[in-house]
Write a new protein. Structure first.
Length: 240
């Protein structure tokens, strides 16, 4: 009797292209999700059950080309599969849908507010759909949708709290890779923005400088006191 497993007939991630070879329209489509990924790598450094993909193909059907969102987050999957890392995200291997998908809109309409939004909701059932449009002026640049009964409902808040992830997402001006502009960041439950690696280094250096200045000031005060005691004919070592 044959032991038939339909999964064995499907191509693996090693046999599938890892992207659709479509170049990004601007740097933000790479830098913004890369920034979000780098913050997660800091705050979840001890956790191994999550994965954040940047411009990586998601295969949902062996007969269809991959979807390639600008960024996506999956929980409950291996962070690293092996030393070669993931080539793509194949749903019949991962057995876990991404919980969040991010699209960064360029000046070229690629259906972020229409066909992609509909597909993520109806076909895949992604819980959170995040659209960031830095070129928007009359409407908010950042929209976060939650799937409710098969439809995406726009969430309120700034930042927007995502309870299943345990983080909020929002936008704020900052500096990343030396570039000062508005970026997307993760936030804690109190609405405090989580720092990037660069900001953590800067904060640590400022703390070290503060401690060094405090030690220097204390040493200066000690030398002044010692000089005054000697002027009064008192040897400081005799006071011990």
């Amino acid at each position: 009797m044959l032991n038939y497993n339909p999964l064995h007939c499907l191509p693996s991630s090693e046999e599938l292209p890892n992207s659709d070879d479509t170049p990004v329209d601007n740097q933000l489509q790479h830098l913004i999700p890369a920034l979000l990924e780098s913050i997660l790598a800091l705050i979840w450094s001890e956790s191994w059950d999550w994965f954040f993909g940047v411009n990586m193909g998601i295969y949902y059907d062996a007969n269809q080309p991959a979807l390639v969102p600008d960024g996506f987050l999956s929980l409950g999957v291996k962070r690293f599969v092996d030393e070669y890392l993931r080539l793509s995200y194949v749903l019949w291997e991962e057995n876990q849908l991404p919980i969040l998908v991010l699209e960064v809109v360029s000046q070229v309409d690629r259906g972020e507010y229409s066909s992609k939004k509909e597909f993520y909701a109806k076909k895949l059932g992604i819980l959170y759909y995040v659209i960031y449009n830095p070129f928007r002026r009359k409407k908010p640049p950042l929209e976060v949708y939650r799937l409710v009964d098969g439809e995406y409902l726009l969430m309120s808040g700034s930042p927007v709290w995502l309870p299943e992830i345990g983080l909020g997402i929002g936008r704020e001006r900052g500096i990343y890779q030396g570039i000062a502009r508005e970026w997307l960041y993760w936030y804690d439950e109190e609405g405090q923005r989580l720092l990037t690696a660069e900001e953590r280094i800067q904060e640590a250096e400022e703390q070290m400088n503060f401690e060094a200045q405090r030690r220097f000031a204390a040493e200066q005060r000690a030398r002044i006191l010692e000089a005054k005691l000697k002027d009064l004919g008192v040897e400081p070592e005799n006071l011990v």
